[in-house]
Write a protein that binds this ligand. Sequence first.
Ligand code: PMV
Length: 361
Amino acid sequence: MTEKDFLPKPYPAAVAQGEVTWQSPSNIALVKYWGKLDHQIPANPSISFTLDSCRTTTTLKYSKKEKHSDNFEFELYFEGEKKDSFRPKIQKFLERVEPYLPFLKDYKFIIDTSNSFPHSSGIASSASGMSALALCLMSIEKQLDPEMDDKYFTRKSSFLARLGSGSACRSIEGELVVWGFQRNIYGSSDLYGVQFRDEVHENFRNYRDTILLVDKGEKQVSSTVGHELMNGHPFAERRFQQAHENLDRLKKIFRSGDLSEFIKVVESEALTLHAMMMTSQPYFLLMKPNTLEIINRIFKFREESGLHLCFTLDAGANVHLLYPEKEEKETSEFIEASLKQYCQNGQFIHDGVGSGASKLA
Ligand code: PMV
């Protein structure tokens, strides 16, 4: 599909007002997206586990304007309170998606959103937030075009979510989602995320992700700035190529169930992401001393226990711990006894792989 396929034909139906609620999860990348071209086209393909309990719930109320006006009319509430600081981000999102949703200026919107994870925990809420909003808008379009099929609905939701925040396009479906064209992954596209449909070994079923909240502060580097650091980065081309190679390796690993190889790819991807930030101009060091303590403890634990706990990182200090379901008991004991102490206020979140967004009403 191309961008043009997401431009709607004149709508056959009309709708005056209504309300819709979607719940959409966060996701954690195994091969990282870092670097982009215009219109949120990724510089390399990425793959992520969709999460289960870290979710955003968004209710969108809409009513037709009495008189057409040439601006977007919306009110924003976050966890029950008016949140004007989010307005610029939503305004920009609406501007970007308007060509694909030409009804936006015909309605007034009230957007009410809340997260299942603690406020300012450092957990990226843009993926769950933007995907939930994209799905709500698609539910309106579905009413205007009742014949729309489910596949188009899902693809276009992911396409729109991408225009809000790149990684958000990987939050619509579960359990593994690829975004970015990769030669040997069927259906993969730079425009939207697709479910990874190759064989996946049972070792990866219900894989666990415990998120250690190491630093709950404001992000030091916004992802917009972060992606820009890859423009003219001395290692950019090699890095983009490496992401393709790592996705190829993971494809084989998902089939074979080789957890030791899985760890090598996933941890190297996380450290490469941070290495890119450390070697850009300007440079950033986003790991905290406790991030390193945790990583070293994981290495030691793995050596002593023979278990398969590994880590990955986003563009921040928090650590995602990935491990197989059958090692859950020993691993959670280890987290309680040896890692919790490195978390801010002892906070962590047990999550796992999930199946994607769901419509609540
Ligand atoms: O979706 P963005 O623009 O916030 O970028 C997310 C980038 C990383 O989280 C660091 C990696 C990824 O692939 O999710």
